[in-house]
Ligand binder design. Structure first.
Ligand code: MEV
Length: 423
């Protein structure tokens, strides 16, 4: 039987599930049960989620955790995090508490400019194109007036439009390079609508518009978060040794791409969790952050560390294009809850909070890596997952957790202990 189907999106949810079950699961009844078990009993709420995308058949749960005790610019925050990796929220909470007694996190938004481009081909004389662009520039602004009206009321809009010659890289290739301020919205729809309106205005016989789209590379939408304290205040057995090793770990990630990618992945553990919890676009954030990490031609760490005059300083600088209005932030009740929890931050404030979550996560990872090693904490957190996989009872869980209190957790050691109990 052919599994290619036309008009699938027009089927009802039940019909879609039936089709899936018949064609890919041999009508096993437990498949339908699994799918439906995640439906929300509140039909209106379920419908809201169904409508976010096409062909929704169920929901996919992720844990929603909170990390308390963040002090950012002297203000207290509890940060919501959506993530499946067991140690992320625990690490954020520990580090938030640690820095809360050492002055907290200090942050600063450096810039908030976003970028979009109209890509086009033109084979004529460059000076004619320049003359046409100069004549058209005010018209391009006019062509977007109905779209920019509301944004301008909020203090945003189109900042500038430039003609860029890219013909050295690709024959006949030019761009309209447009910069935007989108205030509290991420601005993807706003930017793309402006660009398409500009492209329509700009096109003519000898200009072939290829495409109009925002860029997720936003090196002018940058935030910085920092912690610092006297080395002796870092605590532990030997804070000087700790600070030195920590600094070396950061320097390694600054020059060694293999390490930098994992280092930055750990940072994104913290950032993506907050991005998801607030209904922001994690693919955009990921793409922009990693592109920025390679801005000078080599992939490098997004965090940096210095030790000067016995002061330990650790900071992150990265691009974050975020929204606290519009998109899913207003639609998803949990995204709204997240923003309320953080006292309804502006997009700038949310940039500061997320950069801090990333810095905290990186601090936790490097502290573990340069001292006890990462597996100690990871496996402790992973123990519950192993026990759930083994379908241990709560009594068994209690006993096994107590047993591993002062021991190294490994999958096989847990299985051995579990089998021993069941004997
Ligand atoms: C794991 O998700 C993240 C770490 O690998 C980050 C790092 O190595 O810095 C622990």
């Amino acid at each position: 039987m052919s599994k290619i189907i036309s008009g699938f999106s027009k089927l009802s949810k039940e019909e879609k599930i039936d089709w899936l079950s018949t064609n890919y699961f041999n009508n096993q009844p437990e498949i339908i049960k699994t799918i439906k078990q995640y439906w929300n009993v509140d039909e209106k709420l379920q419908q809201l989620h169904d409508d976010f995308i096409e062909n929704t058949i169920s929901n996919f749960y992720m844990p929603y955790g909170i990390a308390p005790n963040f002090v950012i610019n002297n203000k207290n925050y509890v940060i919501p995090m959506v993530v499946e990796e067991s140690s992320v929220v625990a690490a954020a909470s520990l580090v938030a508490k640690f820095w809360s007694t050492r002055g907290g996190f200090k942050t600063e938004v450096i810039s908030t400019t976003k970028i979009g481009q109209v890509h086009f081909m033109y084979s004529g004389n460059k000076s004619d194109l320049e003359a046409y662009f100069n004549e058209q520039k005010p018209e391009l602004f006019k062509a977007t007036a109905s779209i920019t009206k509301n944004m301008e009321k909020r203090g945003g809009g189109i900042l500038d439009i430039q003609l860029v010659d890219k013909t050295n890289d690709l024959e006949n290739y030019y761009q309209l390079h447009v910069t935007f301020e989108t205030k509290d919205s991420m601005g993807a729809n706003f930017i793309n609508s402006c660009l398409e309106a500009m492209a329509n205005q700009f096109r003519k016989d000898d200009i072939e518009i290829i495409m109009s789209i925002l860029s997720n590379y936003v090196p002018e939408c940058i935030v910085r978060s920092e912690v610092s304290c006297k080395i002796e205040d870092l605590g532990g057995d030997d804070p000087y040794k700790f600070a030195r090793k920590f600094e070396q770990a950061v320097k390694i990630a600054e020059i060694e791409p293999y390490r930098a990618v994992t280092h930055n992945k750990g940072i994104m553990n913290g950032i993506d969790s907050v991005v998801l919890a607030t209904g922001n676009d994690f693919r955009a954030i990921e793409a922009g952050a990693h592109a920025y990490a390679s801005k000078d031609g080599q992939y490098r760490s997004l965090t940096h560390c210095s030790i000067e005059d016995d002061v330990f300083k650790f900071w992150i600088e990265l691009p974050l294009a975020l929204g606290t209005v519009g998109g899913l932030t207003a639609l998803h009740p949990m995204a709204k809850l997240s923003l309320d929890m953080m006292q309804r931050p502006s997009a700038r404030e949310l940039m500061e909070i997320m950069a801090t979550a990333g810095l905290a996560q990186n601090f936790a990872a490097l502290r573990a890596l340069t001292t006890k090693g990462i597996q100690h904490g990871h496996m402790k957190m992973h123990l519950q997952n192993i026990l759930n996989q083994l379908e241990a009872t709560s009594k068994e869980k209690e006993k096994i957790v107590a047993f591993f209190e002062n021991k190294t957790v490994s999958h096989s050691a847990v299985v051995d202990k579990f089998n021993e109990l069941r004997k």
